[in-house]
Write a protein that binds this ligand. Structure first.
Ligand code: PMP
Length: 450
């Protein structure tokens, strides 16, 4: 049926809360690896991968056949019976993590994983307050809206279910930003004082603020946990000043809390240099949550922790009907294999560097690009109306820019509190030629925003 008919039905039958990046939503009918096709047969380079989710590529044949084979064997039993898939998958997944993180609880979405991680931390510590960072995003459950430290997402729980937000350690927009360095290998130091002293003073200031939050905004007993992304995704690809996260973990542990790393966007090799985002900070979390790339688009997520923390759930009634579903485990296993077999982490490193340097060159000749940042294939381009004041590019100009990227045949994502950050988090199989095409498309699209 026609585009118009489908659009009418979407508006009538589906929630008005659905978001579209374009005035008329793109109508996608087919995908293969990093490519998508619309109803007219037009091909697009997918540089957003269904929000950082299609990791090994759309309709990857190995993942498809794993799913098909499992679907002939067994679909669903729940975890009240034993079946082969979950153990085999857990073994493979935990092999990718530090040895202490050896126990998995499978869920279906990142929100469920973070909900459960917070529950575990609360049961383990017998405490309540969870500290999260402003501008973070951890999920859309009513519970997590408090953790998701964006005011735009907090409409339902203004007081936040025991979540306390600490200052946002953003080297570009943050209170102590400007000169601060980043945790990225690709962008050492800038003008930050850490180049001379080995210590980033911006990181220290943010940690002092976090300590303040731990001391004054948590009950005397202290926090149950600190929950943070290792690079903020929805918040606009925000990397923290060098050393921030490791100092933050130390401060939280000194206050008796657990550290939860939300690896929903940063996991599975996307950052190139490391398989997990926390590794790039030299920290070991007590609990790791993961989703998105883990299933290449199939609903799958996980909480991985130590046996000691995992034991808390033996005392509580917790259940997830679909978690650890054989189909999801088969897909997850195939995804892990493909990432290794096709050396996709290495590809993220190489193509990511090409993308970053291309965008940095574009920034030199383009006043609307305020900042280019990221690691591997998690890259952000922050657009500004004025570089000196860093005023975000106005929404109507952003909208024109978005339409122009689509017209150029490149699909990009959006993020940041002001919606002025282009997010590039494509399937991990994109090539250097795709990176160059993306830089060119963005360069052209920016002209539409002038
Ligand atoms: N954590 C992070 C870092 C995310 O980006 C998201 C989703 N954007 C979530 C958690 C929630 O995941 P889901 O949408 O699968 O519930």
């Amino acid at each position: 049926s026609s585009y118009e008919e489908n659009l009418r039905q979407r508006r009538e039958l589906l929630s008005p809360g659905l978001i579209s990046y374009y005035a008329n939503p793109l109508y996608i009918v087919r995908g293969s690896r990093q490519w998508l096709w619309d109803h007219t047969g037009r091909k697009y380079l997918d540089m957003f991968g269904g929000i950082c989710t299609v990791s090994v590529g759309h309709c990857h044949p190995k993942v498809n056949s794993a799913l098909a084979a499992q679907s002939e064997q067994l679909w669903h039993t729940t975890s009240i019976y034993m079946s082969p898939a979950p153990q085999a998958y857990a073994k493979k997944l935990t092999a990718k993590l530090p040895p202490e993180l050896s126990v998995c609880y499978f869920t279906n979405s990142g929100s469920e994983a973070n909900d459960l991680a917070v529950l575990m931390a609360r049961l383990y510590t017998r405490r309540w307050e969870v500290v999260t960072l402003r501008n973070g995003y951890h999920g859309a459950s009513p519970f997590l809206m408090g953790a998701t430290a964006l005011s735009t997402w907090r409409y339902a729980t203004p007081t936040g279910f025991g979540f306390v937000n600490a200052a946002h350690p953003d080297p570009y927009r943050g209170e102590w930003g400007g000169a601060a360095c980043r945790d990225s290998d690709a962008q050492p130091g800038r003008s930050c004082d850490c180049q001379q002293s080995g210590q980033c003073s911006a990181a220290s200031k943010y940690v002092a603020q976090l300590e303040d939050t731990l001391r004054f905004s948590c009950p005397k007993a202290g926090p149950a946990a600190f929950l943070a992304e290792s690079i903020q995704g929805v918040g606009g690809i925000v990397q923290f000043p060098r050393g921030y996260l490791s100092k933050a973990f130390s401060a939280v542990r000194a206050a008796g809390g657990l550290c939860i790393s939300d690896e929903v966007q940063t996991g599975f090799g996307r950052l190139g240099s490391h398989y997990w985002g926390f590794e790039a900070h030299g920290v070991e979390p007590d609990i790791v949550t993961m989703a998105k790339s883990i299933g290449n688009g199939f609903p799958l997520a996980a909480v991985v922790t130590s046996p000691e923390v995992a034991r808390t759930l033996a005392e509580a009634l917790h259940f997830n009907t679909f978690g650890g579903n054989p189909l999801a485990c088969a897909v997850g296993t195939a995804v892990l294999d493909v990432i290794d077999e096709e050396k996709l982490q290495e590809n993220c490193q190489r193509v990511g560097q090409r993308l970053l340097s291309g965008l940095q060159r574009l920034r030199q000749s383009n006043q609307l690009i305020g900042d280019v940042r990221g690691k591997g294939l998690m890259v952000g381009v922050e657009l500004v109306a004025d570089r000196a004041s860093r005023a975000p590019l106005e929404a109507p100009r952003m909208a024109r820019l978005f339409e122009a990227t689509r017209e150029a045949g490149v699909l990009v994502g959006k993020g940041g509190f002001y919606g002025n950050v282009l997010r590039l988090q494509p399937p991990m199989c994109v090539t250097e030629a795709d990176a160059d095409a993306t830089v060119e498309a963005i360069g052209e699209a920016i002209k539409a925003a002038n």
